[in-house]
Design a binder for this molecule. Sequence first.
Ligand SMILES: Cc1cc2nc3c(=O)[nH]c(=O)nc-3n(C[C@H](O)[C@H](O)[C@H](O)COP(=O)(O)OP(=O)(O)OC[C@H]3O[C@@H](n4cnc5c(N)ncnc54)[C@H](O)[C@@H]3O)c2cc1C
Length: 464
Amino acid sequence: MWTDSIGRRRFLGGLGAGAVLASTSRAQNPILPVRKPRVVVIGAGAAGLTVAKALANAGNSVVVLEAKDRLGGRIDTRMLGGAPQDMGASWVMGTSMNNPVSEYLSLKGVSLQNDSVPYHMFEEGTGYLPQQQLNQLWSRFVNFTNMLPTLRSTLGPNANVNQGIELFLDTMGYGGISRERTRYMIQTEAETGYAGSIDDLSLEYFWEDSTFNGQVAFPQGGYVQLIDNLAEGLDIRLNTPVVSIDHSSRGAAVHTPFQTIYATYVVVTVPLGVLKSGAIQFNPPLPAAKTNAISRLGMSGMEKVVLTFDNAFWSSVNDLYFKSNVDGEFSYIKDMTQFSGTPTVVAFSGGDFAAQMQTQPASQLTDRLLAVLGSLNGSQPPVPTGSHVTRWGSDPNFGGSYSYWAVGSSPADNVSLAVPEGRLHFAGEATNELYFGTVHGAMLSGLREAGRILNSNVTVPDLL
Ligand SMILES: Cc1cc2nc3c(=O)[nH]c(=O)nc-3n(C[C@H](O)[C@H](O)[C@H](O)COP(=O)(O)OP(=O)(O)OC[C@H]3O[C@@H](n4cnc5c(N)ncnc54)[C@H](O)[C@@H]3O)c2cc1C
């Protein structure tokens, strides 16, 4: 569990202007005929590239099919303001070497920059709160997590986090502005960590996922370093959406708009949001255990607004809890200047506000963030040199940012999602019952499925 403030996960993401950094040079014309590969991997994110790399290194013939025109999936490093900026995953969540991301990047010689900066809290209409008050709000959040067993036994297994917060606030007797700020703190920790709305997050399983030890850190040069290293030497077909899969105990036929590819094994790594949408047809259909898990698990929204400037004109952003007058708006703002190398601010929004952002024009969101930055020290914000608003929630290839335990779901659903159907295997962050919603969870799921197919234990050094 992270003890350094904003929860243990602290990620929040985007798509927009700027050039995609992930190399697309390995893309091949999807119309070219393909010789029968042994394994088809669907999706070129962290999970897909991990399983593909492990299987290819073990001597298998592997083809990766990716719907988009770039690699990386929910890892999306783009040039903005002349520097690499991560619009999806940005933090390595624990630098200990049992985190596969840390181990792999270390073996590949990619440095990590530890993220340890001061925190502040700014309340719209009030201004900066004293540090002591922020410390008190943090300790109330910790108290909330300590009281989870009691809250659960009172509210039952079908309660959401919002109900838990209300009961906690009542029990502690917090009223007025103290209640409002405590509620903001718990909501922000919940919705920036898990990204689901507090009305949907399961109280029963809140804060029950696993974490790795060590600092949180940023890969130098962006998360694209992980993707480019994993992708090296693999046969990857970009712009190749899979529309249906015929599967049996002997193998599978994978259909794209351009061709049908036959395989001994197929590994499906598309996001939970894509499985929910039914964009891929499975013949025969997936069993009820899997389809029920797909519908019960939640797929969250977490969106980023990223602005770059010539000068860091703002004061005291560092890591900023922003309590907006609009519920959930930019609830966490981070100054990325020292990590990206150019004056950069990233505003994160999860929960219901992230859903509302899908229909708001990018200019409206960037103007509002500019106004917020100006209000911090009463200055007139300059014109940004770059801006980007992410739209993970409305991109059909993702259908959201990452999975979470919604009311009614449980870790058993992640396990059901991971169960192979004959020669059809499933990987991806949502199939990891311990580390869902993370890059390391995705990588571990890729190692797991490579291990199942090879019938051996596959570890990070097998990716080299
Ligand atoms: C905004 C944001 C911030 C985040 N921050 C962090 C963080 O700081 N740290 C962290 O550890 N994690 C973070 N995460 C979570 C992390 O990015 C994901 O858990 C992880 O990258 C998922 O990897 P994956 O391989 O499971 O899925 P993906 O990366 O989504 O890969 C699946 C691929 O399948 C492709 N696809 C979809 N449909 C089809 C189809 N029909 N045919 C072919 N291909 C298809 C998609 O285009 C995609 O490339 C963040 C996520 C977001 C969105």
